[in-house]
Design a protein around this ligand. Sequence first.
Ligand SMILES: [Zn+2]
Length: 1011
Amino acid sequence: MRFAPLLLLSTALFAQIPTPESVLGHKVGEDFYLASYDESLGYFQKLAASTDKLKLVKVGKTTQGRDWYIAIISSPKNLADFEKYRETARRLALVRGLNDAEAHALAHTGKVIVHIDGGLHATEVAGAQHTIQLAYNLVSGTTPEINHILDNVILLLWFCINPDGQNMVAHWYKQNLGTEFEVSNMPGLWQEYIGHDNNRDGYMNNMVESQVITKAELEYYPQVFYNHHQTAPFPARIWIPPFGDPISADAHPLMWRWVNKFGTSMAAYLDEHGMPGSMHRGRFDDWYPGFVDHVNNFRNTISFLTETALYRYATPHFYTIEDFPRDKQDLRTEVFYSSPWKGGWWRLGDAVQTMLLASMGVLDTAANYREDIEYTRYQAGKETIERFKKDPPYAYVIPHDQRDLPTAETLVQKLLIDGIEVHAASDRFTANGSTYAAGSWVVLMDQPFAALVKELFDVQKYPEFHSTGAPIAAAEGGGRGGGGGRGAAPASPAAPAPGAAAAGGRGGGRGAAGTGAAAPASLTQLPYDVTGWTLPMQMGVEVVAVSQPVADDTRKLLRKIDKLDSAPGKVEGSGPVFAFSHNSNAALKAVNDILDAGGSVSFDKSGSTIYATGRVAPILQKDSVDAKSLGETPAAAWPVKKPRVGIYEPWSGNIDEGWTRWIFEQFHFAFTRLRNPDVQAGHLRDQFDSIVIAEQGARQIMDGMQPGSVPGEYAGGIGESGADALRQFVTQGGTLITLGNASLFAIEQFNLPVTNAVAGLRPDQFFCSGTLLKTEIRDPNHPIVAGMPLDPTVMFERNVAFDTKPTFRGTILSSYPRDRNPLRSGYLLGPEHLQGKAAALDAAYGNGHVILIGFRTQWRAQSHGTYKFLFNAVYYNASMAPEPPAASGGRGGRGGRGGANSPEAQWKTQAEALKTELTALHSQNRAYFTARGPRAEDEGKKLESMLDAFQRDRIPQLDDLRAQVEDQAAARREITYSTQLKKLAADLRTKDFSTTSLEDLLDQYKLAVIP
Ligand SMILES: [Zn+2]
């Protein structure tokens, strides 16, 4: 009895630290349970109240306005001295004012600050669950290992870096649990605007979440940054650095050395703790600097991610060796995969356990090398400063005199958010022999984070790895990309089981038999994300690299700026008309504001001036638009109305659609989001002037998500009735704007006499995945290119270029140069396939217009330089259109309608031929689905290649013939037939028709009778 009080006391102390289960009602990683962000926060609050080893800090708000917290975890003593350690980390990161001895002394007494987060891709669910357990383990643990970590490390634990998404996905899963849709894709985007692209916004910081993370990086100065993801390359259980090549050229080499060291230590830690299946290198390269982790390497923070295996949500799955890719079925050990996983159950709890060990491996390594890591940040910063004192570029000048000054100001603001030192010149100065006006900005490169500036401003030269004869790595689909950067596909949480078609993979090639996509002959590794992003080119901002050291008397003219508020517009005179340039994007924001305020606006017919009347001066000032007063609006101007804009929003979660919404909000374009039923209901012209369809595949627009794969209301696309409604909309005078690959939808469904010039080319003939290209404006007076420079740089990401047929009515707005390679930054294979081809078109249709923009006009809200293609198109209407030239060719020359050689007759002959070919395809489908063992793979490959040829070459030939058919009713019937043909071809890849007769199949797909 005497001992009772003591026992009670110690029990009470332990009882004070709540287990996750005691608060959540579930164990972390339990099957079929996902904690939401709100639940997670609830637990962390209780945990914080129970201990002096953890405190919660509010770091900001999310896009949806949620309060956002992180946990700081360390020993009580370290937490009490947190400000001191943060100051030490800051001084080491910023370098200046320290010599090596002082830096060593600081590193000796400092603590290593480590960022670990639970991830930002919300369907990669285990990350945000594991942080709950990690916090509990660290706070309640008393082992020597944990004590060593808490004494040496200050952990910034972000329990999730996409709180909104964590809530959305947890809610979706809970709602479908136990139904046939338990593992179905969540409709829409799990970040308000950009879904999976939230890991592509690292340097641009467009999203609120990116800004919060970057701000914390610059307030807490972590030396290590670890970001959790799922999915690993199957059957690995976790992918861990070292990364695959190529890696960015500009990060300090010590970053890579330490990333590799952390990676191999983590894998060893996992093996030591009985968790096999770690894999390194392979397809995860580290070329694009916009990843939330990687951007920090350029600020000398050792930064990396891992990809743990994922089935779907919290639902377990059993894998056998037969599920493995054939080359992994022998379970052989490899240098970068030394403890192969042998299959079996994979549960959320396994993924959580893997992540816990990986995080502990990082903390253990950080604690063991604390002083070295702290000093490394100083050393990398110091050597960066020294490097740019010796080598060019010594500085970059952003002249104040720009064709679009507010966008140049945006670029400067982006640099400041990224922690880059920027100066403004108080007087005119000379650099590279040129004189620049006062107010110009200068980025001196002798600063610790200069590598980031070079990475963003330089031209990218993607390395051409010459083939070693080794297997070619396919970069499409899965993992870090999910959508492979294509934007169209949601990050699918699907297991990378054999036979899973790559989401959004273009043009097939990865169908049922799981064959890899062909790679360019000269590349052994396809780029994981884009290859070129040079910001000044994308934004259309002039930036000059300074190739001579910056003289002291020039430096004296420079004032460091901490923030930049856009300069108010200078408005001269008192009206009644104000004239301003169409050159800035801000001018169009002002147009929207003026129209909203009841003012009137018109666009110059043959120049780039905008005229406005009304109480517009304050608006122009606020929107940073300079204007001059005029007595009256010149006669040669188009009156502009406030456009009624619709944006098509598919349920599949279209990233580019989200970016478009975000940009429209920034520039004050009002819009309505159109779902499938809204489009299908028709009468669109009564409600809208312009409708935008963002980057996505034609088939996705028509068919959407497969019925049966998601609850009924989310299945399907706009279908025939939707396409009909859009045709009617344009016929009645509406403007349809299709972006990127969505242009193929317009070509197909509107029977436009236009073809995709790069259709059917193999990746070893033409490859352009995220590359900046030069284009030329063809008709500078066309309203859609008003305010554009004559040679805009465009982002091309596996997109389309156009050939127009003789019957084309409309205008070629811009094209790729005919006589030279259009490449400006990144990688382009087969430039000749683009040269001379149209990049953007205005196609007349009925009384309206279809605007086809073949490239990525507003890519990730980075390509400000080409926003105007989209903005101008939104205002564009039939009254502004140049008189379309009469169709040349066509009529008469080919023997006239109905004759034996008429386009209609030719189409019928071709359709008969294709129908005959279906016999062979059907029998190959039977051969594949009835084969077993290795033969199945051979038959599958054969089926693949037959279908590739059929879909890529044969059906387009049929469509080409149709495009010349003049009878619109006949053409409509032919479109329907062709659409059915495409459906059957696609289904022949994945569906087993071995027991269906060809006759039944033709009936079922309405292909029996050729119209
Ligand atoms: Zn991810």
